[in-house]
Ligand binder design. Structure first.
Ligand SMILES: C[S@@+](CC[C@H](N)C(=O)[O-])C[C@H]1O[C@@H](n2cnc3c(N)ncnc32)[C@H](O)[C@@H]1O
Length: 266
């Protein structure tokens, strides 16, 4: 329930400005072999995704035979583990390949499903509400964080559950940006900034933190290198250098990621 506003001196404005600092200089973009911000579907297969706090909090608010809306669904990592309890899953994503993967996963689980292609929140008006709305690892792609939060909330009859990594996922690649391009990268935004946005909007969410291995269980080392090379706007011929730089980045036992899960009622 919305209450008094916090005082975080324009947390939403800071969110948008920090995201804007991730803009890649034109000279680097001009030589990027592919869109550096794309998500390879093979790395977002729902079978690889860990089941954790997001699913527990979502399941607790989900009636038997209920409905789930998964915004920025990818292959369905946030919603597929709820298929046993939910009767219907709706996935929204800008990528048709991701939506095909979501549909396949839902078919395999025998759960009803609908796919909506488009940019959230622009397409929100075309999407019916659900008992539970989940949104995992998407918020850092959306500069309009207030619109994101309010549109997710408007679509939930019972609960919104959002997961994001503790800091923007590309922050860990900052040393590689410096090594390959001599480019400073921002250090945010962070889940703490997202918390301030929620507070400013008057939401008082349940917050849980989880730390787990960063590497994707079914992804090969080559797929991870290719993903990082794409983020860094490099040519595939640089893969050996990228692999060496990645190995230097993660010392033994350091290849972990901390995520923060926020759950609130509309
Ligand atoms: C990092 S992946 C996460 C996928 C999935 N939620 C998961 O946890 O594995 C981000 C996904 O959100 C989609 N996406 C990012 N911003 C979006 C937006 N504004 N509207 C719709 N889809 C978006 C991308 O296409 C991608 O499939």
């Amino acid at each position: 329930m919305a209450g008094a506003r916090g005082d975080h001196r324009d947390a939403a404005g800071r969110w948008a400005r920090t995201l804007a600092q991730w803009t890649i200089p034109d000279a680097i973009l001009a030589v990027a072999p592919e869109n550096p911000w794309g998500f390879p579907p093979a790395l977002f297969d729902s079978r690889d995704a860990p089941v954790g706090a997001l699913h527990r909090l979502a399941a607790a608010a989900l009636p038997d035979g209920g409905t789930v809306l998964d915004v920025g669904c990818g292959g369905g990592a946030a919603s597929m583990p709820l298929a046993g309890r939910a009767a219907h899953l709706t996935g929204v994503d800008r990528s048709p390949t991701m939506l095909a993967s979501f549909a396949r996963a839902a078919e395999q689980r025998g759960v009803g499903h609908t796919e909506v292609r488009g940019e959230w929140p622009a397409v929100a008006g075309d999407v019916p509400p659900a008992d539970v709305v989940v949104c995992r690892n998407v918020a850092y792609n959306v500069p309009g964080v207030v619109e994101l939060v309010t549109s997710l909330t408007d679509h939930a009859a019972g609960q919104v559950v959002v997961e994001l990594t503790e800091e923007h996922p590309s922050v860990t690649l900052a040393p590689l940006w410096m090594a390959f391009w001599g480019l400073e990268r921002p250090r945010g935004p962070t889940a703490g900034d997202f918390a301030e946005v929620l507070d400013d909007l008057g939401y008082r969410p349940v917050v849980e933190r989880e730390t787990r291995p960063a590497s994707k269980a079914n992804a090969s080392a080559d797929q991870v290198v290719a993903f990082v090379r794409r983020r860094l706007c490099l040519d595939p011929s640089r893969d050996p250098e990228v692999a060496a730089a990645l190995a230097g980045l993660h010392g033994p036992g350091q290849d972990v990621v901390t995520s923060v899960v926020f759950a609130w009622s509309p």
